[in-house]
Design a protein around this ligand. Structure first.
Ligand SMILES: NC(=O)c1ccc[n+]([C@@H]2O[C@H](COP(=O)([O-])OP(=O)(O)OC[C@H]3O[C@@H](n4cnc5c(N)ncnc54)[C@H](O)[C@@H]3O)[C@@H](O)[C@H]2O)c1
Length: 291
């Protein structure tokens, strides 16, 4: 069992957002994912690593997967060092045969599969609309939309046999509204929301749940160029000012939502897309409200 007392290495927390830490479990106290087996894709960095760490901390055994060996091996090392159980696999989450083999490896290692967080994604950068090529669109859709579809298809088959399962997809606020990413990225993430809805309906009567998370601006490797450029310009105080919390989010704040959706606490939550964005998608960026 995870010790639960290790700090989540490498992440910066403010005093106000100490997520993911939990006190040592006493005898007889359960972790929120005790006995469960989870796969996380894009687990070598950012949101995927934070989710993997938190799932492990709550008792899940994990298969963590990523395109990049260094990152995913480090995630697995961090989990095992903290007393958890994780195996790392290097592979492309946008390739069907690879996704199938990741899922088969998890089942073969741990005997079952309860949770998959199809989280791997690429932003595609800020390429102007008229410069976006077919190849550019295909690459983004392959990872961001086909990847989650492959995860649903192959993890879902196993989960249907088991009569239970939680599938969590990482969408984005860019899938809800324009202006948070280029067209291909936004369209891919809007597709992910539809996948959560349509797959939940397709799993009718099976006990398998599918939900999506729509993060706002989260400080990860993906958004590092943005954070770096704003800081270099001395404008850090402007980061996140468009949302009512007036700050960017940390990966652990998305992991906390993933944990809820993965756990039995969300047993009646299905086919939904939840924004975790400081309120960005709920408000219009007009003049400041009076309080
Ligand atoms: N950071 C944000 O502000 C933000 C906001 C909304 C949504 N998201 C989404 O969150 C998810 C995680 O992103 P992040 O912010 O943690 O970024 P990140 O770059 O820190 O992590 C993404 C990870 O996915 C891996 N990856 C990329 N393509 C892959 C592929 N084809 N197969 C396997 N692994 C692959 C990368 O190697 C990396 O380790 C993505 O789907 C992203 O679109 C991020």
């Amino acid at each position: 069992m995870p010790s639960g007392s290790e700090p989540m290495g490498g992440y910066r927390f403010s005093d106000k957002i100490m997520l993911g830490e939990k006190s040592d479990k006493g005898e007889g106290l359960m972790g929120r994912l005790d006995g469960k087996v989870a796969v996380v894709t894009g687990a070598g960095s950012g949101i995927g690593r934070a989710t993997s760490m938190l799932f492990a901390r709550e008792g899940a055994r994990l298969l963590v997967a990523d395109l990049k060996a260094d990152g995913v091996n480090e995630t697995a090392r961090m989990i095992t060092q903290a007393g958890g159980t994780a195996r790392a696999m290097v592979g492309d989450a946008g390739d069907e045969a690879t996704v199938k083999s990741i899922i088969e490896s998890a089942v073969s290692a741990f005997g079952m599969l309860d949770i998959i967080h199809a989280n791997a994604g690429v932003s595609g950068g800020s390429v102007p609309l008229f410069e976006q090529t077919e190849e550019y669109w295909r690459q983004i859709l392959q990872t961001n939309l086909m990847g989650p579809f492959f995860a649903i298809k192959h993890a879902g088959k196993r989960m249907v046999e088991q009569g239970r399962g939680a599938i969590i997809l990482t969408s984005s606020v860019a899938g809800l509204r324009a202006n948070a990413g280029a067209a291909a990225y936004s369209a891919s993430k809007a597709g992910v929301i539809s996948l959560a809805q349509t797959a939940a309906a397709a799993f009718l009567g099976t006990g398998v749940r599918v939900n999506a998370i729509c993060p706002g601006l989260i400080e990860t490797a993906m958004t590092k160029p943005f954070f770096d450029s704003v800081r270099a310009a001395g404008k850090e105080h402007k980061i996140g000012q468009l949302n009512p919390l007036q700050r960017a989010g940390q990966p652990e704040e998305i992991a906390a939502m993933a944990l809820f959706l993965a756990s039995d606490e969300a047993s009646y939550v299905n086919g939904q897309a939840f924004a975790a964005d400081g309120g960005l998608s709920s408000s219009l960026p007009f003049s400041r409200p009076i309080r």
